[in-house]
Ligand binder design. Sequence first.
Ligand code: PEP
Ligand code: MG
Length: 844
Amino acid sequence: MTTTQPLELLAPLSGVLLPLDQVPDPVFSSRLIGDGLCIDPTSQTLCAPLAGVISNIQDSGHAVSVTGDNGVQVLMHIGLDTVNLAGKGFTRLVEEGQRVQAGQPLIEFDADFIALNARSLLTLMLVVSGEPFVLLTPGAGVVAEGQALLRVTPVAGADDVAEEEGDALFSKPLTLPNANGLHARPAAVFAQAAKGFKASIYLHKQTQSANAKSLVAIMALQTVQGDTLQVSAAGDDADAAIKALVALLAEGCGETVVVAHAETVEPVAPASSANLLRGVCASPGSAFGQVVQVAEPELSITEAGAGEAVERVALVSGLLQATEALQALQAKAVGSAQAEIFRAHQELLEDPTLLEQAHALLAQGKSAAFAWNSATVATATLFQGLGSALLAERAADLADVGQRVLKLILGVKDSAWDVPEQAILIAEQLTPSQTASLDTRKVLGFVTVGGGATSHVAILARALGLPAICGVPMQVLTLANGRQVLLDADKGELHLSPDVAEIEQLQATRQQQVLRRQREVEQASLAATTRDGHHVEVTANVASLQEVEQSLALGGEGVGLLRSEFLYLDRNRAPSPEEQAGTYSAIARALGPDRNLVVRTLDVGGDKPLAYVPMDSETNPFLGLRGIRLCLERPELLREQFRAILASVGLTRLHIMLPMVSLLSELRLARKILQEEAQALGLTELPKLGIMIEVPSAALMADLFAPEVDFFSIGTNDLTQYTLAMDRDHPRLASQADSFHPAVLRLIASTVKAAHAHGKWVGVCGALASEALAVPMLIGLGVDELSVSVPLIPTIKATVRELNLADCQLIARQVLGLEEAAQVREALRLYHAATVETSLVVEN
Ligand code: PEP
Ligand code: MG
């Protein structure tokens, strides 16, 4: 809501005032970015000219925008061409999303360094939201920091301009050529060009979107060279807008760039004809139903409190009620994944840093709602900005918990969405709480713009059996309620005008899958033995006791990988040695003395941080202190975990497995520590000790490792990323970082050969083992155990039963000689069609 109360802007610096026309840079002097003034600074701390929220602060620290409560947006840009300093000479004192007071220090800078290394120190203060203003001082001369400089008159309803509606068109993706991304200058040129069109236009970077007519929104995307961007537009001149803006982006928006081929100019609906929108599968399945758009109501938060004591009580009571609600959700959770998520949310409520921040604001006289909201938003923004997919997911959790407590403080009823029957929910983003409380009798599936296939929302959707896709273009938010759509989550597609044939075909395929699944589950307890009598052990990859129990019910023959780090992620405190021992023993007892339990020691570091094990940030975390390397750096951690695991000796067929081993010395040192701990406990019998093969050096040296281990388990997820030198989470390399690549398969083949020569068994516990298509090949390569994701146990066992070992050996030999992953997949598909499907026909 905008108000028309005039607002005074204070001088952000001390220095000498200059009219904008005298700035030796046309992008500023022409007022392209916005009108305002310029100061040649004599001080070195840039302060807020108004109270508001930091709507953008550039990573390089040279520019910052503050948006006041009445919508006035002020950009401050320190120096000219300072983006080229890449952050050198600037210290950011605030974070994006943080609330600041007028006069609060925002950025410190080293004036000498900047004067020497950039074009100029001249600092701009510009009213980029375009409101009229008057100068309160003469237009030139000396000003002191904090002195009132401008009076701005906000325009009521300025942001309510109606925009053209209609289906949005999307450009093809294009690669940003600007060396420093879309910083102030090119962003201003782009926004100015966008303003020349009536259409509503957005600029998209992965799942983030910015109003293309807002300079600050574009800067807030924090684009960098090489980012993949898309432009979307809706309205009469959408087509022309996309053509012009894509061409402008390709040319560098006024900056000199190496121009890419202009093949990207034609607008297309994003892999979407007018009738199809594409995203990524978050939870498999399909559904035909009606569009139901859902959005969270805006909450109104008053900043000033009614006294610290009163507000403290309100905050504590909100936190307490939220804890109780989360405990109730854990109690009625379906499956361990769901319970784990709400347990993690409960942990967030106790996070000391968060609480400290909130209490500091209460002490400043703020309301409980304001204090809690500021603390959670600031921390979530921080997580999001760290460039880690895992932390970005934590940010989503934090936002969810933040809203839960906020509603309790404000007394807003959290009514479950009242949705009609046969609903396909469409949302910008769903929270885990919202997902868990969906009424699955009415909701058939959902589609979101944000989120990822590995997010907690995706995990919950799978647990609820709801088909879902995420990462869908923003256009989906413009679909009318009630429109009949077909969600084919397996393919990541939303069909906007499905015809009868499409619906029938999908239903028929679904029906076949359901029948096949039913049969697999019914036969899950049968052994995984090929037609010619070769037995393969099918075990489970688990992260909790509940998953172990589920795996046994689905025919799992043991645990091939207990990812022990997942027992302790999302916690602020280390589990006590007793708790650790209790957890392992409970799992060991559930499995009993005749089944294998393979406990992998902590595989943290890299992309999996543990809150209570402080780690230095690393430039290449996947190549840094990960897995066994981290544990050997902190041997106390490893000793304690060994002791806890050793408490299960005698309860099950206990195996200990070391992750990320790349050197023989790591294995030897870990074995020595294990022996010392076993001896100290008076144990005469040692559990089996093995290593994961997930680094090429270990695979290539398998003949030297084999005599010193009891078993190998191949982690194809990491083995693929290290063999192909492709980050396993890289969005653009996802389709190439394929474990079916012959290079990975050759490493598997040589590992098996070396192990068998020494009488040792080999498992595969990476995701490749859970792919039915890969099973004949892995068996043919001689793999003895497949450790798979729990729900897939019946499928993998059924697949084994349909095969012949001799045929598998043939196909394995064939794929080792192919050139690329796609050829391997194709060969296996043909093999599958010729053998597995024929055998099904024979059985039926
Ligand atoms: C692997 O790398 O294949 C593996 C099983 O380990 P994680 O996925 O836990 O890194
Ligand atoms: Mg791994």
